[in-house]
Write a protein that binds this ligand. Structure first.
Ligand code: IYR
Length: 221
């Protein structure tokens, strides 16, 4: 049966001054988020990861199909397996598959094929996008899958930061090994691999500048 019922929007109108402050405060907070490549092994309660995933799951999606699944791995053997498979692919990337220009563009980040963060971080969240849904063997269409899952990952990264934790948006390529290791059904494709945890002691990040407002925006008033 179709459920076309509507409910009132839960919305509290704020004073303009408060809106100004909140927009500024959010920016002040989110701008300290950094991709981290050195993790502490300190554990994080499962409940924290559950709430982070619930936040990601509030993202909008095409026709509200929610075409995502977040696999959270804390199991040591599985993390080690994922690290080993990722390093095998990355070794080929760094030694054979990536262009000179690509390797040069990555120099400021000091990355290489070794991925200790995949076994050090207490949790790996592997995001899968669902090309379609399978309900009782029937294929159900999803829409704007990449856009939807990308937005959900944005929410996920913001929730991790807001919780006081750090993450890395890691994209080992190709990512098929994640479907195999985690035994995912054939309608799911790996989208991002995100280690989550605390930064290692004395963790450093590259000194980066962000584009200025006038470089990332154009106002038409
Ligand atoms: N996936 C590789 C290479 C890599 C590519 C880009 I584009 C980055 O921004 C960072 C890394 C790796 O994870 O090392």
């Amino acid at each position: 049966m179709k459920d076309n019922s509507f409910i009132p929007l839960a919305f509290k109108k704020l004073e303009e001054q408060e809106i100004r402050e909140r927009a500024l405060n959010f920016y002040e907070n989110i701008k300290s988020r950094r991709s981290v490549r050195h993790f502490s092994e300190q554990s994080i309660p499962k409940e924290v990861i559950e709430h982070i995933i619930l936040s990601a799951g509030t993202a909008p999606s095409g026709a509200h199909k929610q075409p995502w699944i977040f696999c959270a791995v804390s199991n040591k053997e599985l993390k080690d397996k994922i690290r080993k498979a990722a390093e095998e692919e990355e070794y080929l990337n760094y030694t054979k598959r990536m262009s000179e220009q690509w390797l040069k563009d990555l120099e400021p980040f000091n990355t290489n094929w070794e991925k200790p963060m995949l076994s050090d971080a207490p949790w790996l969240i592997i995001v899968f996008r669902k090309a379609f849904d399978l309900v009782e063997g029937e294929k159900i269409k999803n829409y704007y899958i990449n856009e939807s899952v990308g937005i959900a990952c944005g929410f996920l990264l913001a929730a991790i930061h807001e919780a006081g934790l750090v993450s890395l948006t890691h994209t080992p390529s190709p990512m098929q090994f994640l479907c195999e290791i985690l035994n995912r059904p054939s309608n799911e494709k790996a989208y991002l691999l995100i280690p989550v945890g605390y930064p290692a002691d004395k963790c450093e990040v590259p000194k980066l500048d962000r584009k200025k407002l006038n470089e990332i925006s154009e106002f038409y008033e």
